[in-house]
Design a protein around this ligand. Structure first.
Ligand code: CTP
Length: 221
């Protein structure tokens, strides 16, 4: 059994001015189910760090954030002694370098918004990962999905990447089902289309398998 796990969920929201922001289509459903499944597996401490979403698990320590920078800060404040990190959050890749304190007016026909990269939280966790920690990431791709997935798995030092192809038949966002692949170093496994709650069950089963293979906490099994 794991003592302490950290799950991120939802989108992040990057403000532009007092009325506008940059975000994405993540609903937070998958992260919600991953947290609920963790509760069923008697994990003593579940830390749930989430961007804006209405899917908040009960009886779990929820830390609400807005921006990627806030999510990063809360993650690194809480990561000590965590056995499993599951980065479900759809972290905004870019933010505006400056926040406009007043509403931007439509004074010109065209406008250009400058964006700068957010830090990659999963990459940073992967660099610092200890041998007895398990790191899980999620990725949604529209093309070259396995090539991109394998690269991300290695670059970010993940033990498991939950990968899905975004298409008309599998929108992934804001729906209750998804069709995903499990990428681990050396293996690609396709799961049939299933409810996100069942994906959560499969993700936790896989995490327990990885823990056994890595001989982490073998005393408890
Ligand atoms: N992620 C993160 N910090 C970011 C961006 C992404 O921690 N700034 C994490 C997400 O939580 C997810 C994984 O990285 O677990 C996949 O992110 P994704 O955006 O699909 O992949 P990228 O590596 O950012 O590559 P790209 O956007 O170019 O496809």
């Amino acid at each position: 059994m794991f003592d302490r796990v950290l799950i991120t969920s939802g989108p992040t929201v990057e403000p532009i001015d007092p009325v506008r922001y940059i975000s994405n289509r993540s609903s937070g459903k998958t992260g919600f189910h991953i947290a609920n499944e963790a509760k069923k597996r008697n994990i003593s401490e579940i830390i749930f760090i989430t961007g804006p979403t209405c899917y908040l698990p009960s009886e779990v320590r929820c830390i609400k954030v807005e921006t990627a920078m806030e999510m990063r800060a809360r993650v690194f404040e809480n990561i000590e002694n965590v056995s499993v990190v599951i980065m479900v959050a759809a972290v905004s890749d870019y933010k505006t370098p400056t926040y406009f304190p007043h509403k931007i007016k439509k004074n010109s026909e065209k406008m250009t918004l400058e964006l700068e990269k957010n830090p990659d939280i999963l990459l940073e966790i992967g660099i610092k990962k200890k041998d007895n920690q398990i790191l899980v990431g999620f990725a949604a791709e529209t093309e070259n999905i396995f090539e991109n997935g394998k690269r991300k798995l290695a670059e970010k030092n993940m033990d498991l990447l939950v990968l899905n192809e975004i298409s008309k038949s599998n929108p992934g966002f804001n729906v209750d089902t998804n069709e995903v692949y499990f990428l681990t170093p050396g293996e690609i496994k396709k799961l049939p289309r299933m409810n996100k709650s069942d994906i959560a069950v499969n993700v936790w089963d896989k995490i327990f398998d990885i823990a056994r293979d890595k001989k982490i906490y073998e005393r408890q099994f």
